[in-house]
Design a protein around this ligand. Structure first.
Ligand code: SAH
Length: 219
């Protein structure tokens, strides 16, 4: 049994202080981060790393995003309760839990079969309810489109048109775009008439987005 002790909650409060110092302001986002026990997503041997502000390996060559990165992307998404949100790159499922704490209706896609299975059963065991799918999220998830919000948690070589198409009017898409070394955080907003506005934010480093509109798998 995993437990969420006072010590863990205390470590999360310190993490929240760090995020505030780094400029995260959205109270709802900080509260969601305070609620989700990030150490649940870590192997026992690595518990000490769970509340440091850094990314960490989750197996299969993938990582759980750095808390600051999760906070920035979630803040940019501007989630309202009831929003239908598509997440591309379920990974550990941590970001998905943050979206669920913000009362979003989450559709999450993971390319890697093992990570998909693990995240789905783990989140269910914690009582977090999302819609899970294994597949290529670079093409979105057309069956349930359009979405109020789309978040991509892997680095894309360019902006996939498919994702813009699956956004509702007044919808927002947050996606890191760049080369394999670093990616600029882009926020696309579709206005009520369907016109696209794009803003760039800081640079980050994500694992590559694979699939049709991602990087071609080498070898
Ligand atoms: N949101 C995750 C971070 C995952 S890292 C978390 O909170 O832990 C990025 C994930 O994107 C990896 O698990 C990787 O397998 C997945 N991924 C890469 N390309 C993908 C694609 N085309 N469709 C869906 N998932 C993809």
């Amino acid at each position: 049994m995993i437990e969420d002790s006072y010590r863990h909650k205390g470590m999360r409060r310190n993490l929240i202080k760090t995020l505030l110092e780094k400029g995260i302001r959205d109270k709802a986002v900080l509260e969601a981060i305070q609620k989700v026990p990030r150490h649940y997503f870590f192997d026992k041997a690595f518990l000490e790393h769970a509340y440091q502000d850094k990314a960490f390996p989750i197996g299969e060559g993938q990582t759980i995003s750095q808390p600051y990165t999760v906070a920035v992307q979630t803040e940019l998404l501007d989630i309202r309760p009831g929003h239908k949100v598509l997440e591309i790159g379920t990974g550990s499922g941590y970001q998905c839990c943050i979206l669920l704490e913000l009362k979003a209706d989450v559709y999450t896609i993971e390319y890697n079969k093992k990570l998909y299975r693990q995240a789905k059963s783990f989140l269910n065991s914690l009582g977090y309810r999302a819609h899970f799918r294994q597949g290529d999220g670079s093409q979105g998830w057309p069956t349930f489109a359009p979405y109020d919000r789309i978040i991509v948690t892997a680095g894309a070589p360019s902006l996939p048109d498919a994702l813009i198409h699956q956004l509702k009017p007044e919808g927002k898409l947050v996606i890191p775009v760049g080369n394999e070394e670093h990616q600029e955080m882009i926020r696309i907003t579709k206005d009520a008439a369907g016109k696209i506005n794009s803003e760039s934010h800081d640079y980050f480093r994500f694992v590559p987005l694979l699939g049709k509109y991602g990087w071609k798998k080498n070898k």
